[in-house]
Write a protein that binds this ligand. Structure first.
Ligand code: CTP
Length: 402
């Protein structure tokens, strides 16, 4: 994504300027050509030599230094940028941009660029919460700039609160989202389920399955990267929450059923990637079952609700997607499930194949559509398949709303 991209990195005078060195380094390692502009205050916190060494380009700082070497420095940088990142962005630079003030190299260049701008605020909590700073950030957002939320935690002024410079990987993800630039799901609400349900036997035991949740998490992340508003109903707590995605947790099939139905009406696209246990113990014990009390144990199971079928039965405007995990006659079973559950799209995979299905980072999928169309894909990472699914869901929603 970053290969051969021209990235202008504006560094303003916050203490987190030293963390921007790591950002510059990662961008370069990912193949980007990074040009740095520093404000005078930033250059007092971190030497421009550091950024120069890391990026392989001389750092732009004073307005008039470079005119002899570049065709008017700020205009040339403004034009060459595929993406303009200001990190850290202080209250001062945010205020200047919002007010149209251009009195140094960074503010003039950002004013002159047509490239997308990613602003990464980082400052003391009180400054961040100051109503003028908040208003200025809102102005920037309205003008089409992407303004990231800072992290909360320990701050350089020895306090705790919101204002920390985000992790490099989060900034890179946001930059990737902007550079991808497709925004196929902008304004759409996507509901995804993930992971395997756990049906309680007693407080320490459950009936579960081998699903890791990775496929559902990859779809949620891909939908977010396409600018959707995403809610992920997760039956696992083992994976890190994808940034920008609202995560709610469910334990068993009935809990998942309740959450999916609660969120269903407001969703444009629904992807049921969770592996739902078809059965649950008829009785579960509130106390640990002791082996001294039982020489043998029968656990009677009863059927769980078929959540997807229920959603299909009351479908209105939603583009509804299911999965089929099969070990034989994959396509035939997939087609039958698509019909029976009233789906618009179904991802079928043969979980008996190496590299497909549960607990691996790859998948081998066929996508079946209502109306008989089918696509077959080779083995690929779950992230890659997640992107394809998000793309197809966007197409499906678009067709449905035409
Ligand atoms: N599903 C569901 N509720 C269930 C069982 C499955 O919502 N009680 C959903 C899954 O999330 C998946 C799809 O239905 O999207 C198909 O799941 P799968 O386990 O392949 O099929 P089943 O309907 O359970 O049928 P069978 O196990 O008999 O193949």
């Amino acid at each position: 994504m970053f290969q051969d991209k021209q990235i202008v990195l504006g560094v303003s005078g916050g203490i987190a300027a030293y963390k921007a060195v790591d950002l510059a380094s990662h961008l370069r390692q990912l193949g980007a050509d990074v040009h740095c502009i520093m404000t005078d205050h930033a250059a007092r916190l971190v030497s421009p030599v550091t950024f120069g060494e890391i990026t392989g380009h001389e750092v732009a700082q004073a307005m008039f230094d470079h005119i002899t070497r570049w065709d008017v420095g700020h205009i040339s940088l403004a034009r060459m940028a595929d993406l303009f990142v200001i990190a850290p962005a202080t209250a001062d630079i945010i205020g200047k941009i919002a007010s149209g003030i251009a009195d140094d190299m960074l503010s003039t260049t950002v004013m002159a660029t047509k490239a997308p701008v990613l602003v990464v605020p980082s400052m003391n909590t009180q400054m961040y919460e100051n109503p003028f700073v908040q208003e200025n950030m809102e102005k920037l957002r309205r003008a089409g700039y992407t303004v990231m939320e800072p992290d909360a935690g320990h701050l350089a002024c020895n306090t705790e609160g919101k204002g920390r410079f985000p992790k490099t990987e989060d900034i890179l993800e946001e930059a990737e989202k902007i550079l991808t630039g497709r925004r196929l799901l902008k304004g759409k609400k996507i509901l995804v389920s993930a992971g395997g349900t756990r049906e309680k036997i007693d407080p320490v035991r459950y009936i579960g399955n081998r699903s890791s949740g990775r496929m559902g998490y990859a779809i949620a992340r891909a939908a977010y990267m396409e600018d959707a508003e995403v809610v992920l109903v997760s039956c696992t707590r083992d994976l890190p929450e994808p940034r920008g995605v609202t995560v709610v947790y469910a334990e068993d099939a009935r809990g998942l059923d309740a959450e999916m139905n609660r969120l269903y009406d407001g969703a444009d696209g629904v992807i049921m990637a969770a592996a739902v246990s078809d059965y649950r113990p008829s009785v579960s014990s509130d106390r640990k079952i002791k082996k001294e009390d039982h020489s043998s144990l029968d656990i009677r199971l009863e059927l769980n609700p078929d959540i997807l079928r229920g959603l299909g039965a009351r479908k209105s405007h939603q583009f509804l997607v299911g999965f089929a995990a099969e070990t034989n006659d994959v396509i035939a079973h997939g087609k039958e499930k698509l019909e029976r559950k009233n789906l618009d799209m179904l991802i079928a995979n043969d979980v008996s194949q190496p590299g497909a299905g549960f607990n691996v980072s790859t998948n081998i999928a066929s996508i079946l559509y209502r109306g008989g169309k089918m696509e077959q894909f080779p083995i690929m990472s779950k992230d890659e398949l997640g992107r394809i699914i998000a793309e197809r869901v966007a197409e499906g929603i678009k067709k449905g709303s035409c």
